[in-house]
Write a protein that binds this ligand. Structure first.
Ligand code: IPE
Length: 272
């Protein structure tokens, strides 16, 4: 069974370019249960943290009560299909609106965000590696690329929701960041249903063999989806952490590589 104490050190043996890939979960920067409601207090505290960080950073954010709200209304999913084009427009616009709120908060806090929509570095659901490498160059140069889960055109009027979690895997596999952090609205991955214990550390084996509490599903799969993406990233040799984004000190500790509270998805040694 995975251990359940909730504080540990991030493994820093694998420091590479020093790039940090950070996901702001939609449940952190919006009130997920209330349509189209940003959590400005949280956006502002995260913005202040980002402004204080002097490391190359790429931010991906989710949809929360913006993109998810409309995706549910228009029955749009992560499978390419000919969705209602009004829904396509509205979902995309809502993600741009949320991105703008976040980017404005970042600028006001003194950070240097640079907004990039996924269609800039994705061809449908396929990554354009050269463009992704440009994001890293922007981050190394001191600005902070900020991208987001979105609705993307795949082919012949087929569109698909592309989640921020899936983007995390795409960016991590292309750039091999030194650290990958998912900010969520809970303290980490909970143990068996009925317990309040946070799983301190998991890997592929322990995740598959244990039963974890089920979380509410949204169009892109909720917590389970995050873990699945986290495991894929860990398979590239990168540690992934899940941290409560509503608790600023934990976010700062996770970014700085200090003791942090949350769940570590332990990297696997890279093959080949
Ligand atoms: C959702 O992205 C994007 C859209 C619904 C358009 P995510 O699936 O990453 O969003 P959160 O973080 O779970 O809210």
């Amino acid at each position: 069974m995975p251990s359940t104490s909730s504080s540990h050190k991030i493994d820093v043996r694998k420091e590479r370019s020093g790039l940090i890939l950070l996901k702001f979960g939609g449940s952190v920067i919006t009130f997920k249960e209330k349509p189209l409601s940003p959590n400005m207090e949280c956006i502002n505290h995260l913005s202040r943290i980002i402004a204080s960080i002097d490391k190359p950073l790429i931010i991906v954010h989710g949809g929360g009560s913006f993109g998810h709200y409309w995706s549910v209304k228009y029955e749009m999913h992560t499978k390419p299909a000919r969705y209602d084009l009004k829904g396509v427009s509205v979902v995309h616009e809502s993600m741009i609106a949320l991105n703008e709120l976040l980017v404005k908060g970042l600028i006001e806090s003194g950070a240097k965000p640079y907004s990039v929509m996924p269609s800039v570095f994705m061809h449908g659901l396929e990554p354009i590696v050269k463009r992704i490498e440009e994001l890293e160059a922007i981050a190394v140069g001191g600005a902070v690329p900020v991208t987001f889960g979105d609705i993307v055109h795949v082919a012949e009027q087929n569109y698909s929701i592309l989640s921020g979690d899936a983007l995390m895997t795409i960016l991590a596999e292309a750039l091999l960041p030194s650290k990958v952090i998912f900010l969520v609205n809970v303290d980490g991955l909970y143990g068996d249903v009925g317990t309040q214990n946070i799983i301190r550390e998991i890997n592929y084996e322990t995740y598959k063999s244990a039963t974890f509490s089920k979380t509410t599903l949204d169009v892109t799969g909720g917590m389970n989806r995050k873990i699945e993406e986290g495991l894929k990233i860990a398979a590239s040799g990168i540690d992934v952490v899940l941290v409560n984004g509503l608790k600023p000190q934990r976010v700062l500790n996770a970014i700085n590589g200090c003791d942090f509270e949350g769940t570590l998805i332990r990297h696997e040694e890279r093959r080949g």
